[in-house]
Design a protein around this ligand. Sequence first.
Ligand code: ADP
Length: 785
Amino acid sequence: MTDTAAPSPTANSSGLSDLHKAILDSANYAIIATDATGIVQVFNRAAERMFGYTAEEIVGKQSTRLWQSAPEVQADAIRRGLIKKPGFDLFAENPEPYESVEYELMCTTKDGRHIPVLSSVNAVRTPTGVITGYLGIGTDLTVRKAVEEKVRQENAFRLALETSAPIAIATANLDGKQTYVNPTFCKMVGYSAEELIGKGMPRVYWHPNGTEMLKRATDRVLNNHKGTENFELMFRRKDGSSVNVYCYVSPLLNDEHETAGWLAVYFDITERKQVERTLFESEARFRSYFAESASGMSLVSPDGRWIMVNKAACNITGYTEQELLSTTFQAITYPDDLDKDLKQAEHLLAGEISSYQMEKRYIHKTGRLVWIDLTVSLVHDAQGKPLYFCSQFQDISQRKQTDEQLRRAKDAAEAANQAKSNFLANISHEIRTPLNAIAGFAEVLERGDIEAKERQEFAQTIRRNSEHLLNVLNDILDVSRIEAGRMTIEMQPVALRSLLEDVYATLHARAESKGLKFHCKKAADLPSTIVTDPTRLRQILLNLVGNAVKFTDVGSVTILASVEAPRTLKIEVVDTGLGIPPEQQRAIFEPFTQVDVSHSRRFGGVGLGLAISKRLAGLLGGEISLHSHVGRGSTFTLRLQINEQTIVPIEPSHPSKAPIRSVRVLVAEDSIDSQRLLQFLLEKLNLKVDIAANGQAALDLYDQSVANGTPYELVIMDMQMPVLDGYTATPLLRQRGYAGPLIVLTANATAQDRDRCLGVGCDEFLSKPVQLHSLEQTVRRHFGV
Ligand code: ADP
């Protein structure tokens, strides 16, 4: 080796050759050399940059000033992890054992900053081992420490992210092979990292299009380096179960900024999906229930607009869906029911109630009212703000109608019950009053010490009261016959004028006794004869006029008969009496009803007359109407459709006083009183009377009379008798050959009774109580001479 080949270093002021100095200055590390006492010999450029001193300022000075920092500064640096425990002092005190030692220590720069420095110190020795100085090489740790801290933090963050965040991360290379998976991903798919790394991904993708979707996504990602793709897919776990994930795929770039693979981040959305599915299912269920429900269903906004309505709601209200959606519930609610509904809705909106139920009316599109049973609740959003009312309603019009009918029927039943109770009280009064007179005067007559005139008066009173009793009884029977539809009408030509006069005459005395003016005005064009049932027409008129007289204390009663239309006969009964309040004007035509219960006590009567009259008028083809003012009087008007007849009416036959042939008569009667009465009456008529107490006794007497050669020429038969009744005895009598007249005298006074009697072989029918003149008429017809 020759010494010309390399430039020879030249010595400079520091004692170093230029070459050595250049080498030292080019080093990146601070290089400081001291003598054995620590006086700085060499201080290179890097040392100047690190400490801020120039070589001139530090060379020849004690080096300890560079690294001797206050103990608290060192302690703080250790605590902050900037340096490890410093050992330089130790080294300086006892350098022997150390060949080369690394220290971290806090040094102090010229401007007073403390910097962590990693230094490697070597003792410079003579060949004999004597230390002649020290050589230290140092690096400023500030930057490295900062980088290390950053890396540490990043690692900690990454670790935290990978291990504890619920985010699954996986990377793959361009071949689709897994290059990284984090623990969350492993947990998510149930495979270990070893089972996945280096393997193709498709094994965990379960969605039918999963592989395809992923490929398309990665293709897009690969074609567009910056793009991120996101989509949903499904993983199949190792145990076969599935997991829904939401996936973000982004490219992984290499140092050349080329796509080298991709990174996918997955979120487990299984639970959310389940909730969505449940929601979807429940919404689907709700929608189907809503649409198909037989009840009307609707969603209504807080201000009343219909938001959604079902078919039933349209059917109930009569509106189409479109029509309802363009209006409000207020618009079709019956005004009387609206306030109540709105108040309830307010309570609901205020959260004071959770729902309400009410019955109210909608106005159907056709205008009719529909009763509905409505239940309303309120649906809120997640923040608790009211969203809409949910209302459900059924058409209950039918039920309401039935309720109403039931209520009316109940009211009517109660009224009828009440009327019947009143009736019982009245009837008892009506029967007791005449009975009182009858019994009282009969007793007086029995005593005998009375004058003939008085006796006649008392007898008349008894007869009048008996007739009254009979009328009450007849009324009751008439009503029950009419109610049972068994009232028969016998149409015949009737002399109208004389019938009217008859009614007038009958009531004249009563009206006069009350001081009333009493008139009967017959229009000139009144037909002389009409076809009707004279008994029933008389009954109607006697009742109307009788009432007029009864309920008028001052003024007049007038009968006005006229022809209203060609075929309508109008008979008005006008009085100036009490009058009838409007609310009673219908009721008084119902049986047992009076304007005032006190009427029965004041005026007598049981409240049957008008009910009978109205129904009889109906049976005669007419009607009765009423105009009345309380305190001013009443007008009852009878209108009859008439068939005018030209036939001359049959004049009522006046009883003839010519003698009756004295014939033998057999009376079958069980009641001793009736036997005696009949015997008395018949003997007065010049007949020879034999009495049998029952049907069998009558047959025996008849047989005997035949055997004696003096058979009976007349038989009078009661129907209800002990041993053998009239219904059985009559045909047996006929079988024995009796062909003479057979008169039934019975308390069974209905038309059916009459038909039955005539059916078993009777000729005449008389009902009890027997009226002398009727009996006389009948006898006279058969045996008059
Ligand atoms: P009654 O006369 O036996 O009570 P009605 O059926 O004939 O029964 O009459 C029913 C009720 O109608 C009477 O009790 C009376 O209250 C009222 N009324 C009938 N006619 C008149 C009239 N002309 N003026 C005032 N009230 C009358």
